[in-house]
Write a protein that binds this ligand. Structure first.
Ligand code: WTA
Length: 652
């Protein structure tokens, strides 16, 4: 329990939860690590440009840059005048270096079919696909939308666009007709690449059908390329639609990679967060590739013989940076899996780890909490001894979920990298370097070398310790270059709060040892009797209770205290949500972090409303807890969850 620094102007956030467990990397891990010189932090901060130049040089450039950085806030240009091609860096370079026979993608479909693809295989497929796109009239600067299942062709499509300088915009295959249509229209895409369908929990997701409905309202689309995957009946429109296998049947095996300017756009990726019209986040070629490649190697301690597995979908930034561009720029061997973690059974991920001898595993807290809820019996019978390092991304990870990951999956042997970053940042910003930083459960530890992280109050005053707003003071190569078609929104959203400083929208605190703790989105912070309390800390206290698998807390209007805390709780299987449990959980939170954070209401539930990328939508929970009509639900993954919560909350 702590007496947190607190100010009455509510400029800072209360710092309630204390965590003192510390895990050092083993001597063995340190000795062989990619980065094991502590001096990297000091040298990067003394001369960030020199630090980034060093990383940029690990890529192959057709022409070197004339200027490292041109910074006219809020617009940065990196490696000005340099020329390179992302697809060349992910493929040609490795084939030329004699790595053509190295395995690039160990792909497994949900039904159990597999493909083992070498760099030569991927190189050939991408060259042909690029020539196919050219045949359809796609050229440099054109936008191509990609709406695909997790099949190798999704990666080929991205790299084929990059090869000819077309700008891809990948739309997650779980999005609806309207979401797809909105993104295609906003990007003014000329071609849509999709598939007949994808497999998810044993069922076909009808991607082509959704594409047909979306494209109906999109006059900009001239052609649709369709990959055959699930072999369901689809309608092909004459003159507009073409099968991928036909498109690449009679094209040349080589396509000259387009020399792209470092600042030419590589892709647009829409991010909706939990509210508002999606923003088309723009990433360019040189800086993005530098950030993605460098962080993959350093954070995951990537070695030649590693088998890397990032479980994200290519429809999210994590799939862009840590499936396609980062690992492939490093000639990594990686697993790509099409389907769901619980199909046909809840041990599918562990079967895959065993089968392919995965050594570096990167997933999201939402998945880890599901595994916790399902129980350790699903780990039995799978050999996880190949694992060497574990990663987490997407949300704050509660200390108890971290401990579970560490003990049950990592068997106490594997360093955990909790990586904080965003679609907008392009690559990992806050994370331990695994051989250099001892970890604390639930802390993302410290800023990466070369990343200038600060904690600010509302007025922009910097604080060393305690909680406040996360801010990034200096530009970095993989930062977003803007919002597609909306410069003003770019300025307002990210640069409007303090002068020349990037505002990511997250709360953070620094503890006495200098460790950083992400506190969640600042829009979610609760104000209870004058204290700013982070949702993250109360949730972590709840998950710390042995019966709780997951929780989400929100502030609800309270006459006395301004706001009171309502906690939605998912119990572990076999636990009972009765009055005794309610009392025990309230007591547990009060003991763990203080009476101020004792929840007023506890609502037991089987599911929580989440976005399709697995983030909890607290805004909807607030609506439910306050009995309001629901706001925008278009980003919700499963609308039934909200209805059942409303029904339930109405009764209680
Ligand atoms: C949250 C995902 C705490 C955060 C790469 C951020 C995290 C948003 C972490 C970006 C983490 C991501 N700890 N919070 N390790 N990683 N977040 O754009 O709120 O899908 O602003 O990018 O996720 O989500 P996005």
């Amino acid at each position: 329990m702590s007496e947190a620094p607190h100010s009455n102007d509510k400029a800072t956030m209360d710092d309630l939860l204390k965590e003192n467990r510390l895990f050092e990397p083993s001597a063995e891990f340190k000795k062989n690590a990619v980065v094991n010189d502590e001096g990297i932090y000091a040298s990067a901060s003394a001369n960030p440009q020199a630090y980034w130049v060093e990383h940029a040089k690990s890529l192959e450039w057709f022409k070197e840059w004339d200027q490292v950085l041109d910074w006219k806030p809020p617009f940065a240009k990196w490696f000005v005048g340099g020329k390179l091609n992302a697809s060349y860096n992910c493929l040609d370079r490795h084939v030329k270096a004699g790595l053509g026979e190295k395995l690039a993608i160990l792909w497994e479909g949900e039904p159990g079919d597999e493909q083992r693809l070498t760099y030569n295989d991927v190189y050939l497929a991408v060259n042909k696909f690029a020539n196919g796109l050219k045949k359809l009239g796609v050229s440099k600067g054109d936008r191509v939308a990609i709406y695909m299942p997790m099949v190798p062709e999704a990666a080929y499509a991205m790299l084929a666009c990059a090869r000819i300088g077309a700008i891809h915009t990948v739309v997650f295959g779980g999005f609806s007709v309207d979401s797809l249509k909105g993104r295609i229209l906003d990007a003014d895409a000329k071609v849509l690449i999709t598939a007949d369908g994808g497999w998810r929990r044993g069922k076909i997701v009808p991607l082509k059908q959704t594409s047909d409905e979306a494209v109906d309202g999109c006059p900009c689309i001239e052609h649709m390329v369709v990959v055959r995957r699930t072999e369901n009946e689809v309608s092909m429109q004459d003159g507009r639609d073409v099968w991928y296998h036909d498109l690449v049947a009679d094209v040349a095996d080589f396509c000259e990679p387009e020399p792209m300017d470092a600042e030419d756009v590589l892709f647009i990726l829409y991010t909706s967060g939990t509210t508002g019209k999606p923003k088309g986040i723009i990433h360019t070629t040189g800086g993005y590739m530098t950030g993605a490649a460098a962080t993959t190697k350093m954070v995951f301690d990537l070695k030649d013989d590693d088998v890397f597995w990032c479980t994200a979908d290519v429809g999210w930034i994590t799939g862009h940076s840590y499936i396609v561009y980062g690992p492939m720029a490093n000639a990594a061997t990686q697993v790509m899996y099409e389907g769901s973690p619980d199909y046909p059974e809840r041990n599918r991920f562990w079967k895959i780890v065993e089968k392919y001898k995965v050594s570096k595993f990167y997933t999201a807290p939402t998945a880890i909490r599901a595994f916790m809820k399902w129980g350790t019996q699903w780990l039995e019978g799978s050999d996880l001894s190949s694992l060497k390092l574990l990663g987490s991304v997407g949300e704050p990870i509660n200390p108890e979920a971290w401990m579970w990951y560490h003990e049950q999956i990592g068997k106490g042997r594997c360093p955990i990298v909790d990586t904080w970053w965003q679609t907008e940042t392009g690559s990992i910003m806050i994370s331990p370097l695994p051989a250099l930083v001892a970890t604390k459960p639930g802390s993302a530890t410290r800023a990466m070398p070369g990343i200038d992280v600060r904690i600010l109050t509302d007025e922009g005053k910097e604080i060393d310790k305690g909680g406040g707003y996360l801010a990034i003071k200096s530009p970095w190569p993989s930062m977003l270059r803007g919002i597609w078609g909306d410069e003003q929104r770019y300025r307002d959203t990210y640069w409007g709060r303090w002068p020349d400083t990037y505002f990511p929208g997250d709360g953070v605190k620094r503890d006495d040892d200098g460790y950083l703790w992400l506190l969640g989105r600042v829009d979610d912070v609760m104000l209870v009797a004058g204290h700013n309390i982070s949702t993250m800390e109360v949730e972590s206290a709840l998950v710390d209770h042995q019966s709780v698998a997951e929780s989400a807390v929100v502030g609800i209007t309270d006459e006395l205290k301004g706001q009171a805390i309502a906690a939605f709780v998912i119990l572990k299987e076999g636990q009972n949500g009765d009055d005794a449990m309610t009392a025990a959980l309230k007591q547990h939170v009060a003991e763990k972090i203080g009476a101020i954070a004792r929840p007023k209401n506890i609502i037991f539930t089987a599911e929580l409303p989440k976005t399709r990328s697995g983030k909890i939508m607290r805004r909807l929970l607030r609506d439910i807890a306050e009995g309001r009509a629901l706001g925008d639900v278009t980003t919700l993954a499963d609308p039934a969850v909200v209805q059942s919560l409303k029904d339930k909350y109405g009764d209680s």
